[in-house]
Design a protein around this ligand. Structure first.
Ligand code: AMP
Length: 305
């Protein structure tokens, strides 16, 4: 072994990951992960879970850093979950970059276990979604536009939470509707985990970081900042303009931009996601956009007040 390479864990599950700051282990087997977790939990070590689909970027790393700060061990799951894709082409095109992801994580400080299972293993052979009652949170925006998406997300997240039994689990506000739905499911199912929402990490241009950005060429990347600009525009008008008028104007701006295909623009109350045409006192609002550019579907959102 090279002298600058360190094997930090003496365990049959360790995969050597090169010169690194993080103490890293890689598990592909659910049974192996659970066995190792039992041993750590018996020593009263706290565990944080960061579920991801890989192709990691600084947005994911912000969740990882938060977990490393709050827990003894951080489990980063990397799994492109087939049941949450309503579009087969989108699933096939989703970037898979495990080596790069491991490399990126290895520069963090702390104890990181990467859990990268195969679908048959994590689903115990039955790769299908369960039914949930999301109490209406799925009736708007991503729900109707991606049929079956939230069932797929909730199924895999519930599965991950039951496998890992973390003290904390971290989700980005980038997928704000998903964050609310997962918080609801964790409560309904009494999963005994604290769900922690983390702010959106953006490029300097304002574009929300996303694994899907990797599928865009540089011209499309710079054009995609239009999404954030429209959210900012809506925020500037939020107190002075009727909400329906803001919606009309943003929709018109997208329709006049030939690079984009707008799926929705909504301004909704931030806790229940109900759309209003008038602002209500003492309520928080967020604006939400889903739009395609060069066939790649991007989403973003911003607090209005
Ligand atoms: P994904 O790999 O896209 O499923 O994302 C995994 C987690 O990272 C989800 O909780 C996302 O909301 C979160 N995430 C993705 N992009 C960002 C971002 N730009 N800022 C903050 N969190 C993010």
């Amino acid at each position: 072994m090279d002298k600058d390479k360190k094997l930090l864990w003496i365990s049959p599950f360790v995969v050597f990951l090169g010169p690194q700051l993080a103490q890293m282990q890689l598990y592909s087997s659910t049974a192996d992960l659970q066995k190792a977790l039992r041993s750590e939990k018996s020593k009263r070590r706290s565990v944080g879970l960061v579920p991801t689909m890989g192709a990691l970027h600084s947005g994911h790393l912000s969740l990882v850093k938060r977990s490393l700060y709050q827990n003894d061990i951080t489990i980063v799951s990397i799994f492109v979950n087939p049941t949450q894709f309503n579009d087969k082409n989108d699933l096939a095109a989703y970037p898979r970059t495990l080596d790069k992801d491991l490399n990126l994580l290895s520069s963090e400080r702390g104890e990181i276990w990467v859990y990268a299972p195969q679908a048959d293993d994590i689903y115990s052979g039955d790769i299908s979604s369960k039914k949930y009652d999301f109490k209406g949170l799925d009736r708007v925006m991503e729900g109707p536009n991606r049929p079956g998406h939230f069932e797929g997300v909730a199924t895999i997240v519930e599965r991950l939470l039951r496998i890992v039994r973390p003290h904390h689990a971290y989700f980005g506000e980038k997928d704000y509707q998903q964050l609310l739905i997962i918080s609801r499911v964790a409560k309904q199912k009494r999963l005994g985990v604290k769900i922690i929402g983390c702010g959106i990490v953006r490029e300097d241009s304002g574009l929300a970081m996303s694994s899907r950005n990797q599928r865009l060429n540089s011209a499309a990347i710079s054009e995609a900042t239009f999404i954030y600009q429209q959210l900012l525009w809506a925020k500037r008008r939020f107190t002075s303009m009727n909400l329906s008028k803001i919606k009309e104007a943003v929709t018109e701006a997208f329709n006049s931009n030939p690079s984009f295909e707008l799926e929705y623009f909504e301004i909704a109350e931030a806790a229940a996601l109900t759309a209003h045409s008038e602002r209500k006192k003492n309520k928080k609002y967020r604006a939400f956009i889903a739009a395609k550019i060069d066939g790649v579907r991007l989403i973003d959102n911003l607090a209005m007040n």
